[in-house]
Every structure is written in C-alpha cells, then in structure tokens.
Ligand binder design. Structure first.
Ligand SMILES: Nc1ncnc2c1ncn2[C@@H]1O[C@H](COP(=O)(O)OP(=O)(O)OP(=O)(O)O)[C@@H](O)[C@H]1O
Length: 266
C-alpha cells in the first residue's frame, strides 16, 4: 500500500505573485518527509496543490508514477489533516470518523435510499472500519463521547482517524502539533511514527522544528515559494542557507546556533 510521491516543477501564483514556484520533490514510499520554512514560504499552498484543494498553474503531482494533479481531492487517495480542521460538533467521536469512512463506500446514495442489501452490508462495513480507525489512533474507548469534549490532543487524533478511514496511500499533516501540550505532542509523535511503520508515506508541515527533526527521515526547506534545501535533519540543520532564511542575512554568524533550526534540536 505504500506509495511514492513525485512533485515536479509545481507552481502557483496569487495575483501575479508566486506562492509556490517550480517546486520539485520526491518522497519515496514509506518515508516521513517534513516540509519546513519561514512564515509565508509556501508550505500550506504546496500541501493544497498536492492534496487537490488548489489547482496548480503548472507542474505535475504523481503517486507511484500515476499523475493525479487533475483529479479532484477526494479521488487522489491522499488523506489530509488541515491546520484549521475542526471536529464536527454535536457528533460523537465515532460519528466523526464515520463521515470519513462514508467517503470510500461505492454503493452510495442510491443504494442507501432504496435500502438495498448492499447498503446494509456497506453500512456494517463502514461501522467496522470506523471502529478500526479509532482503535488505530488509540481512541476506541472514546468512541461514544461527544467529539468537542475531547481534549485538543485527542481531537487531533480523531482528525487523523477520519483521514485514515478514507484509506489514504499518502497522508498530509499540516501542523498537527500546533497548540498541543508537551505530553500530547509526545503522544502524537508516537502515533505518527507508528503510522509510518505501518506503511504510510507521510508529508508533514510543522513549525515546531524540534518535533520535525526528531520524526522526519528527510526535510525539504521552502523559502519564498522555492525549495532551498533538502536533506536529512542533520544536513538541513547544518545548511547556512536555511539559517539565513530563518534569521535574515545580517543576523547569522556561521558559528552561532539558531534557536529555531539548531538550538531546540539539540
Ligand atoms: N488564497 C490566497 N490568496 C492570495 N495569496 C495567498 C493565498 N494563499 C497563500 N497566499 C500567499 O502565498 C504565500 C505563501 O503562503 P502559504 O500560506 O502557503 O505559506 P506558509 O509557508 O504555509 O506560511 P505559514 O507558515 O505562515 O502558514 C504568502 O505570501 C501568502 O500570502
């Protein structure tokens, strides 16, 4: 089920200004790749171009060599957890995940409306799948709780469960650790690592550079819409261009560690 992601020379401009320009990257199957960069570097735009929430002006996106950039988001086989995503209020954790699972049943609306046997089979399958997804993120015991009552860390896990129910081959996580407390971050880090071990290819945008350095196999660094570095966490940490992008040219001295890029990473 693992899949390789290839982004080739993707660009997208807003009002004549490039948010993402000629970005190319390859994430081998089963890799956990982080994308970092200063504010406005183009990280969220790049994610939306890969996930299909935004159309690219030029360039291609392929999964295992099959181009998907013209497909709508729900037909790309990509699960996305957005920075701004919220759980659905007034629904239990289980029902929240059911919404994700419904997206992948094929029998669809007509079968449901006519109450065909196929619909009942599907419904049972969806319920089982939703429970499995909750279990995968450690929320099985919380299935019947109203989603909005879960602590923020568990709401994030719930969003992950919802994305997993769409049976993605690639997972895009946009700042999944933002706003979480230390213990919740730890839990999330363990969960993401486990999903990767289970065979998912994962792309992660995160401002918490320490979190990223610990988790990622490789890191791609964006600045002003372009890729300025790509390498292992150690390579990226040592890259002078990356330090300059984060701090600005005047403030960087080669011998000086940068708290964002190096200091926190130990
Ligand atoms: N819908 C839009 N309309 C106009 N400009 C946009 C739009 N989306 C993004 N931009 C611009 O594109 C550039 C890249 O934005 P983007 O949100 O992708 O960066 P980012 O790296 O995710 O930033 P942050 O870390 O602050 O979330 C910014 O200059 C932003 O103002």
């Amino acid at each position: 089920m693992t899949v390789e992601l290839t982004v080739d020379k993707v660009s997208r401009a807003f009002g004549g200004v490039y948010a993402v320009r000629d970005v190319s990257l390859t994430v081998p199957a089963g890799e956990l790749r982080a994308v970092i960069g200063p504010n406005g570097a183009g990280k969220s735009t790049l994610f939306a171009l890969i996930g299909g929430q935004l159309a690219a002006d030029t360039g291609t996106v392929a999964l295992d060599g099959i181009r998907v950039e013209r497909r709508p988001a729900h037909r790309r086989g990509i699960g996305v957890v957005f920075q701004t995503a919220r759980v659905f209020h007034g629904m239990t954790a289980f029902e929240n995940v059911m919404v994700g699972a419904h997206a992948v049943t094929r029998a669809g609306f007509l079968a449901a409306a006519l109450r065909l046997p196929r619909h009942h089979r599907d419904e049972r399958r969806i319920r089982e799948k939703a429970l499995t997804c909750l279990d995968r993120v450690g929320l099985a015991d919380w299935a019947d709780r109203p989603a909005e009552e879960l602590p923020l860390g568990q709401q994030r896990s719930l969003q992950l469960a919802r994305a997993l129910c769409g049976e993605p081959r690639l997972l895009l996580l946009d700042e999944p650790a933002s706003g979480l407390r230390a213990a919740e971050r730890e839990h999330l880090a363990t969960l993401i690592t486990r999903l990767r071990t289970e065979g998912l290819t994962i792309l992660l945008v995160e401002h918490d550079v320490a979190f990223v350095m610990r988790l990622a196999d490789r890191i791609t660094v964006l600045d002003l819409g372009r890729v300025i570095a790509d390498g292992t966490p150690a390579e990226v940490r040592a890259n002078p261009e990356v330090r300059t992008a984060y701090l600005g040219p005047e403030t960087v001295r080669p011998s000086e560690p940068h708290p964002g890029v190096e200091g926190v990473a130990g």
